[in-house]
Design a protein around this ligand. Sequence first.
Ligand SMILES: Cc1cc2nc3c(=O)[nH]c(=O)nc-3n(C[C@H](O)[C@H](O)[C@H](O)COP(=O)(O)O)c2cc1C
Ligand code: SF4
Ligand code: SF4
Length: 264
Amino acid sequence: MASLEIDRERCARDGLCALECPLSLIDIDEAGYPVATAHLEASCIGCGHCVAVCAKGCLRIDGIDPDELPDAPRTPDVLPEALCAWMTGRRSVRNFSDRRVPRGLIETCLETARYAPSALNFQPVEWLVITDAAAIRTLAGLCADFFRAAGSSQRFIEPFDAGRETILRGAPCLVVVHADAAAPIPPATDCVIALTHFELAAHALGLGACWAGLVRRAVASHAPAREFLGLPQGHEMYGGLMVGFPRFALKRLPPRKPLSIVWR
Ligand SMILES: Cc1cc2nc3c(=O)[nH]c(=O)nc-3n(C[C@H](O)[C@H](O)[C@H](O)COP(=O)(O)O)c2cc1C
Ligand code: SF4
Ligand code: SF4
């Protein structure tokens, strides 16, 4: 439910708010001022784009006040080519140094991921951050129990049982995304996007990360691992990342399949 308020004295009548609304919930009247369509109240997803685009700060939607929104970040010193090269240089890190990860760096990654897209702006993503090394070891052991009993993933279990931590790699931090599985919009994609943004932010801050797919599989099927995470009732884990400082860096780009593209 939302309503729209305009300060007509300050409005420049440039129509940007109407152009920007993803659901076309704002019309422009004959005098050039924005007005709510009949659908706005019921259909607004609270994305805030109409308020965020208004240079005059004269438009307000229920609960979204231009004076309370921070300025959009400007990053003039990031060259586009450098950013693409830097993203290409992201690798899965499975060897972590002993250096403790400062909580502030994790918080910066979380704050970055908070602005990831979500279907209909539903923002279903919730986070669990584990930095207790003993808890991470215990979870790895519970996952190993699951794979051992299931007779699968022997290539991880044999070295694990020989003393090599092949499940969570001795990472000093595990970040889990979870959400209410019964949410009106299935939350899996939003969770994966948010965790991807987290991973890129971690890479920017000099951290290394690796997706914890084995943990996700074990948590989905093995009650002790799921109970150990203690997610809220009805929530599912949609992804996990091991995070820490890399022990060393790769010197070359690994191979990739050639792109498979159809242009139309
Ligand atoms: C899985 C997914 C599906 C989406 N589908 C649409 C879509 O069909 N049309 C659209 O206009 N926006 C779509 N969006 C964009 C969201 O509405 C948008 O991310 C959200 O309103 C937050 O705005 P922001 O991305 O500017 O932060 C989608 C986003 C996600 C993650
Ligand atoms: S908050 Fe988003 S959906 Fe709602 S009116 Fe503004 S632009 Fe449209
Ligand atoms: S974006 Fe702001 S200034 Fe432009 S028409 Fe909308 S309310 Fe008026």
